[in-house]
Design a binder for this molecule. Sequence first.
Ligand SMILES: [Zn+2]
Length: 547
Amino acid sequence: MIKPIQHLLVAGVALTAFSCHQKAVVDEQDGLSAFNKDSLASHIITISADDYKGRRPFTEGETKTIAYLQGTYKRFGLEPGNGSSYLQDVPMVEITPKSVSPLKVTSAKGSFELKNIQDFVMWTERTDTVQSFNNDDVVFAGFGVVAPEYKWDDYAGLDVKGKIVMVLVNDPGFETGDTTMFKGKTMTYYGRWTYKFEEAARQGAKGCIIVHNTAAASYPFQVVQTSNGGVKLHLDKRASHDYQLALQGWITHDNAVKILQAGGKDTSVLHTANNRGFKGFNTGVKLSETLTTKVVFNKSHNVIAKITGTKRPDEYIIYSAHWDHLGVGKPDAKGDTIYNGALDNASGTASILEVARAFKAMKTPPERTVVFLSVTAEEQGLLGSEYYAENPIYPVDKTVGNINVDCINNIGKTKDVNIAGSGESELEDYLKAELAKTGRYLAPETHPEAGHYFRSDHFSFAKVGVPSITIGGGIDVIGKGKEYGKKMDDLYTATRYHQPADQYDSTWNLDGGLEDTELFFQLGKRLAFESTFPQWKEGSEFKKLRK
Ligand SMILES: [Zn+2]
């Protein structure tokens, strides 16, 4: 539970009293004078310029970006965050599919073939260049969830070793919306596709195929097709003993029906697996598939810097923002091929640089160590942050919290901010308290079923038990209202998001982005002068991971 805290605002100074017999005085104003819009904009303009080539890992764009970040942290007077280095190597592997055979479905009734991309998508994260299913059994395992806190185990009594599991996307609470079932419509991590593959691998399965459903996934099959058909980067896990599936992928709902029918099974299980007492089964169907790949090993980098705390140097607050973007790719209608990623995420990268500068400008330096982590390969699946979390430079049980920034507001000052996923940790309450000091508020989550909490770099910290939060710009624009903010947001998504047009230009208004950056600073500053550790909330699936 959160410790009771009272704020006494006296002449701009909040005196914060703690229940653990320790009093810290935080000067609310200390460091704030460091902030200015020009400095914030200058980083964005630099690293989103065409000569940074869209900042894709392994390219000249990476070399320039990490040089800029190291130089800037150094210039601001921060210490290197990894021994004597500002870099953490992130070993990765680039896997390009060369050929994917049709998926051959065999049962007592005969056999038929499904078409790659049209009917299913399949890929591998293993680094040997040929992977296959060789007439392997398919087991239907409901949602593929093992969640002791909800007393749910879809794998109970099933032997899936060396077999292929077929599972449903989302979690058992989604279809009924019953809030006593998991979190009802709000997606838990058990509903996210990445979890399905991780759990199937833990169970010893050879492969895992997720049955697509637009409502439950929150996106159409087309998104699955376009994001999984081509070249992908992964962490190089050769050195660790993490078991990986031979093949993993998605199949359309209609083709899952065909597979169940081929085995003579009841297809209604695709909708009734959320009933308590549902039991998985062998479908009586076997699959064959061969996939060949080209594999290239390479190394990208996280950039890391710190300010050592004066009183509790072995307790850490970590700011993060991904520096990478999509690089050079398909031309848009204007023939532009450089995906500049000015908002995504030159802006968040700039924001934490400015937070670092403000911490260095404080008259009373932070009592805890404050770490700034600019991570690589977010666009490839949160890889840089995952690598840090699995190979932490600072102990995770001494890491107080993670504040992540992925895109800042460029549409003017707002009354609100939003966070990716709500109800997970007390950092949310800390944020609300900071917002209240300036009369602002936390916007309610708009799509709790979409699992946004699992889609940004803070999530890599959550997975190792560190309370973490991604804070994003609001839409309640002062003087213009929510309609305007929503319109601007939608316009960005439609015309610039993950397109070459995500560029810095004169239409940007960074007043709100600057104010939010000050908020990120104030939130971390408060943690930096406290001795308490924010906790996961009751019912959070990450609570059990915190030591
Ligand atoms: Zn992005």
